[in-house]
Every structure is written in structure tokens, then in C-alpha cells.
Design a protein around this ligand. Structure first.
Ligand code: ADP
Ligand code: MG
Length: 246
């Protein structure tokens, strides 16, 4: 579905991605993990064409994304930090985005999908409120619904569950697994490793601009002889620290 080949990206003197190569297979949930500042959002933005890599290529569905914008029609993106037109109401925002994306997927009925998610995430009573008046969690629910509304083949979620209440987290995770079972590909970042254990087929662990580990969470736990992903990752990083100090 997505092929990232030898991507390099610097911002001024700071090299954020130092030759990242990953294959993201169709129909899987892939989690990009790594400490703050390790380049997760930058990698995601490269895939979206929002950041242009200095070197390397990205192919989606076999096609290079360079100078090619059409592939974005088939992506549902949840940005890490959503900025909304604050004076619009929630339903005005939904309608505006539906209007902008209306010709992208003729099989899709975004109004219907949207109202299903409005009920699922319980935001009916906020539909007529201006976005500036919403709490952080409700804003995140709006962000989630905007990413889910268009029935795309590829979802990219940058820290989707930040600020969500427990019921909404559970419903979000169920939605992700349901979409996966519908053959969709899901790429996400999160710091909540229990979520990764529950949802992800594979993890990509970024460290200092490179892929430090790629494989299934189960494999990593077995390999490190730990019963949680959190402990397994901690062990992996501690071993790395020891190697570097020796
Ligand atoms: P993560 O999502 O893993 O926390 P990011 O990809 O957001 O990390 O950022 C990686 C590094 O790149 C950080 O040090 C960040 O400050 C820097 N960075 C990201 N975007 C820009 C930008 N547009 N201009 C300058 N530096 C940036
Ligand atoms: Mg980030």
C-alpha cells in the first residue's frame, strides 16, 4: 500500500529522518513509535506530501507521490494538532469539509457516515456550538470524525486518542479494527503502548532518525522475554543505552 524508500529530511541543521525505508502492507494496522522528536509526525507528513523529503521516494499503490496529489483523496488524516475555523459550529465544519471532498469517492456517503460517528462518539449536543467553545476532548472527537468520514482505503492517525475519554477510546479502537477487517490500511502514532498491543499488527520504532525496530509487538515481547510491550521496549532501549556507554 505505502512504500517509503530511503527518505531523508532535514530542517536547517537538524536532520530528522536519516534514511527511512518502510513497507506498509494493505489491510494492516501499523504503529509508528518513538520518543518525542524522533520524527514520527515528519514521516507521516512526508507520506501525506505536507513535508517534501530531501531524498528518497514514497510510493502509494505503486505510484510515486511526487507531483501527484490525487492519492490524497483516498486518505483520512487525523493531524496531531488540529486547527479549526473557530467561529464555525461543529456541523458547519462537517458540512464544509464534506463539500470540499464531495467528488472524491462516489461510492461514499459522508453525511451518513458522519452522523453514525456523531452518535458513536456522543457529540450530538455540540453540533450547533462554535468550535472555540469546545473542550479538548470534544475537539479531538471532531478531529477523529473528520478523519473517519470519507471511507478512504488509508487512514493516518497522529496520536488519535489524546484527550479522549475511556468510552471514546474503546469505540475508536473498535472502529480501527473494524476498518482493518474491511481491508483498510491504518497507520498511527501513539504513546499508549497498551493500545498498540490491542490494535497493531506491526510496530515501527523510530530512534534518532532511523528505524530502530520493525516487527510485530508479540515478536518483540517474546524476544525480550517480557509480558508487556512497554517493558519490552524499555528493555530494548536500556540495552541500546548500555551498548552506547560501553
Ligand atoms: P515526533 O512526532 O516524533 O514527536 P516530529 O516529527 O514532530 O517528532 O519532529 C521531529 C523533529 O523535527 C523535532 O526536533 C522538531 O522540532 C523538528 N521539526 C519538525 N517539523 C519542523 C519544521 N517544520 N521546522 C523545523 N523543525 C521541525
Ligand atoms: Mg508527533
Amino acid at each position: 500500500m505505502v512504500e517509503v524508500k530511503s527518505i531523508e529530511k532535514s530542517f536547517g541543521k537538524l536532520t530528522v529522518l536519516k534514511g527511512v525505508t518502510v513497507q506498509i502492507p494493505k489491510g494492516k494496522v501499523i504503529a509508528i513509535l518513538g520518543p518525542n522528536g524522533s520524527g514520527k509526525t515528519t514521516l507521516i507528513k512526508c507520506i501525506l506530501g505536507l513535508v517534501i523529503p530531501d531524498k528518497g521516494d514514497i510510493l502509494i499503490g505503486g505510484e510515486n507521490i511526487k507531483n501527484n496529489w490525487k492519492y490524497r483523496n483516498n486518505i483520512g488524516y487525523l493531524p496531531q494538532i488540529a486547527r479549526f475555523p473557530e467561529n464555525l459550529t461543529v456541523s458547519e465544519l462537517f458540512r464544509m469539509i464534506q463539500d470540499l471532498r464531495k467528488n472524491q469517492n462516489p461510492k461514499n456517503n459522508p453525511e451518513q457516515t458522519c452522523s453514525q460517528f456523531v452518535s458513536l462518539f456522543q457529540i450530538q449536543s455540540f453540533l450547533n456550538k462554535p468550535l472555540r467553545s469546545l473542550s479538548g476532548g470534544t475537539r479531538q472527537k471532531v478531529n477523529v470524525i473528520l478523519a473517519l468520514m470519507f471511507n478512504p482505503d488509508l487512514y493516518i492517525f497522529d496520536e488519535p486518542t489524546v484527550g479522549l475519554d475511556p468510552i471514546s477510546c474503546v469505540r475508536f479502537k473498535e472502529t480501527v479494527l473494524k476498518e482493518k477487517n474491511n481491508g483498510k490500511t491504518i497507520l498511527l502514532t501513539t504513546h499508549i503502548l497498551s493500545e498498540v498491543e490491542e490494535m497493531s499488527d506491526e510496530i515501527i520504532f523510530l530512534l534518532e532518525g532511523k528505524i530502530y525496530y520493525q516487527g510485530s509487538p508479540k515478536e518483540l515481547m517474546a524476544n525480550k522475554q517480557e509480558n508487556t510491550l512497554e517493558k519490552a521496549i524499555a528493555k530494548m532501549l536500556e540495552e541500546n543505552e548500555q551498548k552506547n556507554t560501553n
